[in-house]
Design a protein around this ligand. Structure first.
Ligand code: AMP
Length: 114
């Protein structure tokens, strides 16, 4: 059994989150420490610790997360664009060991990232 973590607790409604979208496959909620005017996290309900743990059978789920991201970006008014980020593992800067897509917008982002 994988180690528990804060996002699994949010999925189980054991701790609160500002949820903006939920269905049988995923949950989306505002990041508690926003790095942009809009900063939402989209997470699968399936336990997938990191991007590196994605397998072929997860392809429809991962695609669904991106469809949800695009719909949320439109709903949240990000008509000038947005940035999606997936941090994976220590070098990727991942701090919560449950796969998540950062959807950020409302300001201009630079490249390369830090
Ligand atoms: P990462 O560093 O890519 O693993 O991203 C984890 C993100 O989760 C960070 O942007 C945190 O601000 C965010 N975060 C941590 N705890 C919570 C929480 N309880 N509710 C919402 N966002 C959280």
């Amino acid at each position: 059994m994988p180690a528990d973590n804060i996002f699994l607790k949010i999925i189980r409604k054991e701790i609160p989150a500002k949820v903006v979208y939920e269905d049988d496959q995923c949950l989306a909620f505002h990041d508690v420490g926003p790095k942009a005017p809009v900063h939402v996290l989209i997470i699968p309900k399936k336990v997938i610790p990191t991007h590196a743990d994605i397998t072929e059978e997860d392809a429809p789920l991962i695609g669904h997360l991106h469809v949800v991201a695009a719909k949320l970006a439109a709903q949240l008014g990000l008509t000038d664009g947005y940035r999606l980020v997936i941090n994976s593992g220590p070098h990727g800067g991942q701090t919560v060991p449950h796969l998540h897509i950062h959807l950020m917008g409302g300001r201009h982002f630079t490249w390369p990232p830090g």
